[in-house]
Design a protein around this ligand. Sequence first.
Ligand code: NAD
Ligand code: MG
Length: 395
Amino acid sequence: MINPVRPAKRRISILGSTGSIGRNTLDVMSHLGDREAFEVPAITGKDNIDLLVRQARQTGAGFAVTADPERYNDLKSALAGTGIEAGAGPAALIEAGLRDTDLLLAGIVGIAGLAPTLAAVAGGADIALANKECLVSAGDLFTSAMAKGGGKLLPVDSEHNAIFQVLEENQRQAVERIILTASGGPFRDHTREQMAAVTPELAAAHPNWSMGVKISIDSASMFNKALEMIEARHLFDVRPDQIEVIIHPQSIIHSMVGYCDGSVLAQLGVPDMRHAIGYAISHPRRRNLPVERLDFAKLARLDFTAPDEIRFPSLALARTAMQRGGLQGAILNGAKEAALEAFIAGQIGFLDMADIVAATMDRLDDGRAAHSIEDVYAADREARAVAVAVMRESA
Ligand code: NAD
Ligand code: MG
């Protein structure tokens, strides 16, 4: 008798498994088949060691890494006897990216995700990309590394995932515009005076999506949309003037593509990141996902308004960064990170963030290009330092 051949397990590593995207990914994977269907070569987290250990045990991960070297002993002792390797710090994160995998879910927040994600890119893995800062800060380097590595780049950011779903590969030359939808966040209808007085707690409370703290505040300032404009430029190879933003408070249309014949194709669904994640990790198939189905009768209406760039200056900053090119994306992101941290710490006001980013981008507008990942990290560090100096000067 011939033994039935078991299909090989699909290997999926997760950078940032303990975060909002990482937890949703594991939830989707357990829905799609769990340990029978998947092997998990590596997972990574930072502060939440208990959760990282639980996830490692549940998935039977090969390698579990904390970004914090001081937590190495905690992680190692909690994994003793499981056969799961422990690692810590930046080199171990890169090592996690280098572990052989079919697909890597890039779910770290911020520029810290760039080096480990690029390690997996070079190894030829498909990349399901949530970590938008990779493209914002290192767009051209990242896309050419992807082309060299040979893996597929699958966007997880809901807007870009939507565009990916409706962008017909053989009709790329017919694409006229990309329309990114934005909920407008919790301060959509606030005046500038009201916005000047908001707290980090209010800013972190997103009306539709449940996400990590930083991206929630970035949604309130629309810096998240600014990053997404730059992300779209690199993902879909469109010019800055082809990228539009429209406020759509219900977050049901996740984004749209307009073609040269006047047709607009949209992707719709409930605001639930498990959809975009499930689509990316199942691609090119569509599989049954544990997300609520749309009920149009209940929805009744979808609203749209043009974004107000006076109240949300971040959108114009994204356009400036795209026009200037080079390292301006990395500088925008680094300055934004520094300003965001200062806002969270209560040192600056909500509206100060955009002013600080604008001033930093202007001071570092010297036409420098990104030749290597080191250039990107250096620009990021410099932008943070200049942003801190700008804050000190205006304090
Ligand atoms: P999160 O804060 O919930 O999780 C971040 C993850 O990264 C955690 O596992 C954390 O341990 C890890 N991490 C944090 N700092 C790190 C560091 N310095 N080095 C290594 N690892 C570190 O964030 P999130 O909301 O899951 O977002 C992750 C990424 O996905 C971000 O780039 C975000 O913009 C993007 N994204 C998130 C959503 C969402 O719904 N949450 C939607 C679209 C895009
Ligand atoms: Mg998004």
